[in-house]
Write a protein that binds this ligand. Structure first.
Ligand SMILES: *Cc1c(COP(=O)(O)O)cnc(C)c1O
Length: 229
């Protein structure tokens, strides 16, 4: 199936459920992104800053770019002028830098707190307690140029369905708790980003509001020359 066919298939499944599709274009050439754009897709996710910056410069300016991969504080400045949503905030220090760079660009940058839900040591993210601590901190309270619009999580790789569902459920419960405690009166705290090609159905069942799908839209990843450090 073509990229356009794949998008259509996802849209017909996700639109009725009110779930947003983030097309993960990491390691794909700009022409593949353009193909998806021409089929109507406007939100794309990347996980390496250099790759994102290169594509953003080349591609239509009305694309909404999301950063979904680990972000180093010294790279925030490169994406601050244009990024729509940083999904992978995993420390107060990073959030402080995003706030600073957003202010320099006279913007408010939307962010998700990346929460650690997987049963693995390798994934980035805040623990439940750390997320609460961040939201309670005076430092966070003073930040005027970032807006937390929800949470993001990555389930364990190769887990049984039951475990994956449980991990997504935990994220939903945490979201509900944070909403009640910190954002009861703020409509903008509404996103639960969970679900990828292999597990998006389980994520949607558990209350996902945005899924991040890469390989099953674009097929095999084609470029390998960007390095993750
Ligand atoms: C690569 C990636 C995805 C997309 O994964 P696929 O299995 O290709 O759909 C989603 N979220 C994050 C954080 C990723 O790094």
């Amino acid at each position: 199936m073509s990229i356009a066919d794949n998008l259509l298939k996802y849209k017909s499944e996700l639109d009725p459920a009110g779930v947003k599709l983030i097309a993960v274009s990491k390691y794909q050439e700009a022409d593949a992104v353009l193909e998806a754009y021409n089929a109507g897709q406007r939100i794309f996710g990347e996980n390496i800053v250099q790759e994102l910056v290169d594509k953003q410069a080349k591609l239509p300016q009305d694309i909404e770019w999301h950063l979904i991969g680990h972000l180093q504080t010294n790279k925030v400045k490169y994406i601050a002028p244009f990024i729509s949503l940083i999904q992978s905030v995993d420390s107060l220090k990073l959030l402080a830098e995003i706030n600073k760079q957003a202010a320099k660009n006279k913007r408010v940058i939307d962010c998700l707190l990346q929460i650690y839900i997987a049963d693995e040591d390798t994934k980035f993210g805040l623990g439940f307690d750390e997320a609460i601590e961040l939201l309670r901190s005076e430092e966070f309270e003073a930040m005027k140029n970032v807006r937390i619009t929800g949470v993001m999580g990555i389930a364990s790789n190769h887990a049984l369905e039951k475990q994956t569902s449980d991990e997504f459920h935990e994220l939903k419960v945490l979201f509900d708790g944070i909403k009640l405690s910190f954002f009861r009166k703020t409509a903008h705290f509404k996103e639960i980003s969970m679900g990828m090609s292999g597990d998006y159905k389980l994520a949607v069942e558990q209350g996902s509001t945005m899924v991040r799908i890469g390989s099953s839209i674009f097929g095999k990843r084609r470029i390998k020359h960007y390095t993750v450090e």
